[in-house]
Design a protein around this ligand. Structure first.
Ligand SMILES: [Zn+2]
Length: 476
């Protein structure tokens, strides 16, 4: 058999460990992972020797918002940059799959919301993608059978907010009665709930308080979206989950030590509870709000204290935190810094492109994590939890040939003009200890030597199904 491509290195991150391997690709799939040198040059149309570099599964970002509603201080709403911008940047940075959201709102069916969302993405994304379904507000009774249907047909994750987030976004939160009903439906249909957990009473109380006291600057965001609020909300969600057998929970953007602790306790009881944090929360604290253009580092809930950041890092070690996402919102620096108040600052960040390399630099480079641990946190765990494994997130025979090659000899200080998203980066000035030199999407070389070879028609929608072992208990 003549393979299409063989990638060879002394450091290949496989499910069985890091080893010197040949990764043989046929069509869109990995055909074989064998000891380095198993195949000679005649075994493939092309053999690329990457010795000295790290071959890993393509990154998976389980939390992005592309072509997404972005409210502004003047009351206007614009859309953030779409998949055609961010998909390209993702591949440049070694991320081959992103999970975004379908937003269900009143007056349409869940299926209509899904169909509309597909129009934004079809033939408009260079990397693969999938969708969580977000529901909001008071849920009409007819929505529950609709959710059962989509849960069983490729959309197995339902997102809910326990807060309106800001006073101007009223209508976003789902109350606990409806969350209870959704939990029952999701458990029955073998899905997973993804939660934005903050205590609405505390958040809105703090908005009233800081506004009354005239402390309206965004540098006070950590007081409003505080750690106690995360604690109260996570524990209330988990208390509800205790009463719904079979419900699996994924807390998005965990930001505080209290959140990590609540997840750790639930997992110690064997419950199927998983935590995600964001690279912003691992790298910045609420002190960074005081820097020039400090809104750059913000996303909701908020940056917290150094002790919270330390706890998030510990969470990545003991698996209370399973994934590192971006909460990508791709907009210009002008749009990002337009809101200057606690109640109008834009959430999300530009970050899909540097995420994998940044986390390599911090985890492997500066903290001594193993390559396997790092790959779990930026790719494999997201694939496992979100129902994409082993098609994604694994270098193994039969998997999609989504491959990133990291070059650890590329050490540099990041400047925004190196990137392919917007006109700013929260990571400008940061020292990186690696960068991808090759990205492969389902067998196609899409980035090589800084050259982009992909196409907006390359990305494919990924229907998902949550595996029994993820729903059965704290498996990662
Ligand atoms: Zn988000």
């Amino acid at each position: 058999m003549i393979f299409d491509l063989i990638l060879r290195s002394d450091r290949v991150v496989t499910p069985a460990g890091v080893a010197a391997c040949d990764v043989a690709i046929q069509g869109e799939k990995i055909a074989a992972v064998a000891a380095a040198g198993s195949f000679d040059a005649s075994a493939a149309k092309r053999v690329i020797d990457m010795t000295g570099k790290i071959i890993m599964p393509g990154g998976i970002d389980p939390h992005v918002h592309l072509k997404w509603y972005s409210p502004h201080p003047d009351g206007s709403v614009t859309l953030t940059d779409g998949p055609e911008i961010v998909g390209r940047a993702a591949l440049y940075g070694g991320t081959t799959t992103m999970i975004d959201f379908v937003r269900w709102t009143h007056g349409k069916t869940v299926q209509q919301a899904i169909d509309e969302r597909h129009k934004d993405w079809t033939n408009n994304c260079q990397c693969d993608y999938s969708f969580h379904v977000m529901v909001e507000g008071a849920l009409p009774p007819e929505i529950f059978p609709q959710l059962t249907h989509v849960l069983r047909n490729g959309y197995p994750t339902i997102k809910m907010f326990t807060t309106d987030i800001t006073p101007s976004r009223r209508g976003r939160m789902v109350d606990f009665g409806d969350i209870w009903e959704v939990f029952k439906v999701v458990a029955d249909a073998h899905g997973l709930c993804v939660i934005h957990g903050e205590d609405n009473d505390i958040v809105m109380h703090m908005y009233d308080k800081v506004i009354r006291e005239g402390r309206t600057g965004f540098e006070n965001l950590a007081e409003v979206h505080n750690a106690m609020s995360e604690d109260l909300s996570f524990r209330r969600v988990l208390g509800l989950a205790k009463n719904v057998p079979g419900i699996a929970i994924y807390f998005m953007h965990v930001s505080a030590a209290f959140g990590v602790e609540a997840i750790r306790e639930a997992r110690a009881k064997g419950l199927p509870v998983y935590g995600e944090t964001l690279h912003q929360y691992l790298m910045y604290t609420s002190e960074d709000y005081k820097k020039p253009n400090g809104q750059m580092y913000h996303t909701y809930p908020s940056l917290k204290a150094q002790t919270d950041q330390d706890a998030l890092w510990r969470g990545t070690v003991d698996s209370s935190i399973s994934t590192v996402a971006t909460d990508e919102v791709c907009c210009s620096l002008k749009a990002k810094t337009q809101g200057k108040r606690v109640d109008d600052t834009t959430g999300g960040n530009v970050g899909v492109e540097p995420r994998v390399s940044l986390m390599y630099s911090e985890m492997v480079g500066r903290r001594g994590y193993t390559l396997e641990k790092f790959v779990n946190l930026v790719s494999t765990n997201a694939a496992k939890i979100m129902g994409l494994y082993p098609r994604k997130g694994a270098l193994t025979a039969g998997a999609d040939a989504d491959i990133t090659v990291l070059d650890p000899s590329r050490k540099f200080i990041l400047t925004k003009d190196m990137l392919h998203e917007q006109d700013y980066s929260p990571w400008e000035g940061h020292e990186f200890l690696a960068w991808p030199c090759l990205t492969v999407l389902r067998g196609k070389v899409v980035v090589e030597g800084g050259q982009f070879l992909g196409d907006v028609k390359d990305g494919r929608f990924l229907p998902r199904k949550i595996s029994g072992y993820i729903r059965g208990g704290a498996m990662l």
